[in-house]
Design a protein around this ligand. Sequence first.
Ligand code: ADP
Length: 457
Amino acid sequence: MYENINSNYINYLKTKNILIVGVTLRSGVSVSNTLYKLNVPHSLTDSKEYKSLATEREALLNKNAIFHTGHQSSEILDEIDLIILSPGVPLKSNLMKEAINKEIEIISEIEFAYNIRPKINYIAITGTDGKTTTATLTHKIISASKKARLLGNVGNTFSKDVLFIDENETVILELSSFQLETIDKFKPNISVLLNIADDHLDRYSDINEYFDAKKNIYKNQKSDDKLILNMDNEYTASLIENVNNASILTYSTKNKNATIYLDDDDNIYYYGELLFSIKERVIIGSHNRENILVSTLIALKENIETNIIKHQVNAFKGLPHRMEIVRSINGVTFINDSKATSLSSVLASIKSFNKNIILIMGGQNKGIDFRPILDDIKNKVKVLILIGEARHELEKMLPYEKSKIIENFDEAFNYAYSLSEEGDTVLLSPGCTSFDSFKNYEERGNYFKSLVNSLKN
Ligand code: ADP
């Protein structure tokens, strides 16, 4: 009924007792729906109570879904021999530790979808910062010239779309470390490791464990597949000499020897030859110069014409909540960078301005040590406003005489506005998650924008 699917894999799935762990709309529900369409029996489990999964259950109504919800005793695993794991569930959770003990096969939603359609042209992008921006720009450029689809963390879930992808379509996948933890055969034609910095240290014991999860993106690649690495990040650069299974391509804003290089005057060079200038670009932020470079390299390797790439790159407006210019009032510019929840993304925003930043940071800390950016803050930030649950913790890590603790978001905003003068930038770049006060970073960013937009000239 569905074309070009790997029927051997579907037959294999039919021999297994399958349990989906993590009933989320994006992952678990998508997997369940796809299994239902393929006539593969399975059950689902979540530690949430049955009644709080109403929306998810609704999405699976009349599809024979069997749920185990609430307390997860190890009996749930009796007879199970394949787990499809949602990215939100850590391998270190009790149920998964038990599953590992029992040597049950565990795969991610990405691995599951890939095995259904292993022959598609896949471009997979991971890294600590810039995944969504780079994946979106790459999709814009490629789809201007041929059929392409954006899946994974951004756009539709891979498992949701997997049965409907055309054989000649290029799929751009944004992947998080969580999705890469349980990779077995997944093999993209082009994989990209943008950068590695401290992040998610509430889930990983150290940065190396986190880096190891990310490395799975290229583990199955062969010499005719491409691995794109950032030369300017010490972690990704360390792989250049050490990965032998894939063909390595590099990008840099510092090193002319990279496959693709961007100089200080915004000229891009490809194998040493001038390609085009990105002076006319719309997007702000020095880190976005790197993201542009990667997307350009991917597009060149996908044989997209240079003038199409140049046009798409310079026209790209960026995405909401990532260095988004909200408005300028009386010479004060308001920037919504609510998506900045890592040390490196806050640093990237600070570095994008010359001086006179009024910085709003805080929320719920993911276990990040912010001390390394203290000097940059002192150089560029005229007032540091610390908010939310992590405010006192941040104050200890960032001792600065020009900081001010304000618990409440509205008061923090009003304080920032009251101090601002012509030429200043009021920057929301929290470095923390929003879960202490908001549903997610989008809600926090939208709230910030509503406060900015309610200001009178
Ligand atoms: P991700 O999907 O990896 O979280 P996004 O593109 O959504 O990345 O951007 C998240 C945050 O990181 C934003 O604050 C953005 O400004 C910042 N950022 C984007 N690209 C980079 C980069 N290459 N290096 C550092 N920070 C970046």
